[in-house]
Ligand binder design. Structure first.
Ligand code: ISJ
Length: 453
């Protein structure tokens, strides 16, 4: 059963969940009071200097969405994929916030969170994240057009509006006007990952593919990283957004403060009313080989597995689907991907909960046939992916933006566990796939090490 937790004002993640109710029972009711104001400021992340480390960050330059959040006014927890679907359905249909005073013209969220890639997992480090968890920040600051707006949320109850006003007064008076000052604290990293294990799994995958039981499977591995000093998530975020302007930079905090952060190039769904935007992103080469990428047979097969899948699963949910006829190149800092943009006009009543349930995991992170690929991963990958490669993002009434949590790491103190994967099809070569995952790891390694690279 999905649960709703309300936290006391000012509480940090981990002190929530005092109230436990059946999430669907909330539908149609207003349980939080929100208030807003505009700030004379330019960078939501700059709030770190007065509010401390944020509990969430979301920066999608493509959609012009930038949000930082502090504290937790409420949390919704899901213990399974079915519960995650219920929570997403609830948050995308019910107005959970009653606005006191001015109502924002547009607002990402206000619920932010994510879920696990798959149900099973043994890595205790993922424990505090739960299967799925979405939070309503106590204070959030976001870009609305050319201005920054700030909101505060408090559980509905006596005195709630006064509490909201007090929080807003504090935000308006103290929020730094300038951008986050750059704090370039480069540090040496100890990096380790088992090459032999990964290459063996790739070989096992190509054998299974040769036997005809699988067409594609995306194998991932973890990279263990240790810094000389504890990582400062804000500094890592600042570098991620600067170095990856075409990606969505994100941070979510678990109940014990562990950070899950990254800069992903892949959108799972941007949903608004009847409109859906999604994409197939698969097929990778170093920037220097960009011109050859579109012509490579192996890369094209990896890519087309995703396009076919999207058209197939979206078919029953859409009245109309438009996809690019040929993939284009998406150029990132040090690699290029094949990308096919897909837009759909959805059937009445289809929302983000249905989209996530139908689409995740796409063969960009799972494989084909999907069930076979997932069974293969469970048996041979030897990795608890946790929230890596899973849908993370924001949701609110009638709108949501979910990305695929790639190029990401779980960070606690001076330790980080980073995740990278690559699509395996017939003809894949273990050494080349290792090199591809090394390339993908650079996004996080550079940001954690504080280097420009
Ligand atoms: C699995 C990852 O990336 C995915 C796999 C890709 C590929 O195999 O070419 C490309 C982009 C992503 O869909 C990752 O970054 O960890």
């Amino acid at each position: 059963m999905a649960r709703v937790g309300t936290a006391v004002a000012g509480a940090s993640p981990g002190t929530s969940s005092s109230l436990s109710i059946d999430a669907p029972a909330l539908a149609g009711q207003e349980r939080w009071v929100g208030g807003m104001l505009y700030l004379a400021a330019v960078d939501p992340l700059a709030g770190v200097d007065v509010l401390g480390e944020p509990s969430l960050y979301w920066d999608s330059p493509q959609m012009r969405e930038v949000v930082a959040g502090w504290g937790e006014a409420g949390a919704m927890v899901a213990g399974s994929a079915q519960e995650a679907r219920e929570v997403l359905r609830l948050l995308s249909s019910a107005a959970t916030v009653r606005w006191a005073g001015e109502v924002p013209a547009s607002l990402p969220g206000p619920w932010f969170g994510g879920m696990r890639f798959a149900a099973e997992g043994k890595d205790e480090g993922w424990g505090p994240f739960g299967f799925g968890r979405w939070t309503l920040p106590e204070r959030m600051v976001w870009r609305e057009g050319d201005r920054l707006a700030a909101a505060a949320f408090v559980p509905e109850g006596p005195g709630a509006e006064e509490q909201v006003r007090a929080l807003l007064v504090g935000l308006g008076a103290n929020f730094p006007a300038g951008p986050l000052p750059s704090r370039r604290t480069a540090q040496a990293l100890r990096v380790s990952s088992s090459r032999l294990d990964f290459e063996r799994s790739v070989e096992r995958a190509t054998e299974t593919i040769a036997q005809g039981r699988l067409q594609k499977v995306v194998l991932a591995r973890a990279v263990e990283i240790e810094g000389e000093r504890p990582f400062a998530p804000v500094d890592v975020l600042a570098r991620l957004r600067e170095q990856n302007p075409r990606c969505t930079t994100f941070l979510f905090r678990a109940s014990d403060g562990t950070a899950f952060l990254g800069a992903t190039p892949e959108t799972l769904c941007r949903w608004e009313g009847r409109e859906l935007r999604t994409e197939a992103l698969a097929g990778t080469a170093p920037v220097a080989q960009a011109q050859e990428l579109s012509g490579r047979d192996k890369e094209r097969r990896e890519h087309h597995a995703v396009v076919r899948y999207l058209l197939e699963v979206l078919g029953p949910l859409a009245e109309r689907i438009d996809a690019d006829e040929v993939p284009t190149l998406l150029t990132l800092k040090n690699m290029v991907h094949l990308r096919t943009s897909v837009r759909a006009q959805l059937r009445e009543g289809v929302g983000v909960a249905d989209l996530v349930a139908a689409m995740h995991p796409t063969p960009a992170v799972g494989g084909t046939p999907s069930a076979m690929a997932l069974a293969f991963l469970l048996e041979h990958e030897g990795l608890d992916r946790g929230w890596y490669a899973a849908p993370v993002g924001w949701v609110g009434p009638g709108r949501a933006h979910q990305v695929v949590a790639l190029r990401s790491a779980r960070v606690k103190g001076s330790k980080a566990r980073l995740f990278v994967g690559a699509g395996i099809v017939a003809g894949s070569n273990a050494q080349a796939e290792w090199r591809e995952t090394e390339l993908k790891s650079l996004t996080m390694v550079r940001a954690l090490g504080g280097t420009e690279g």
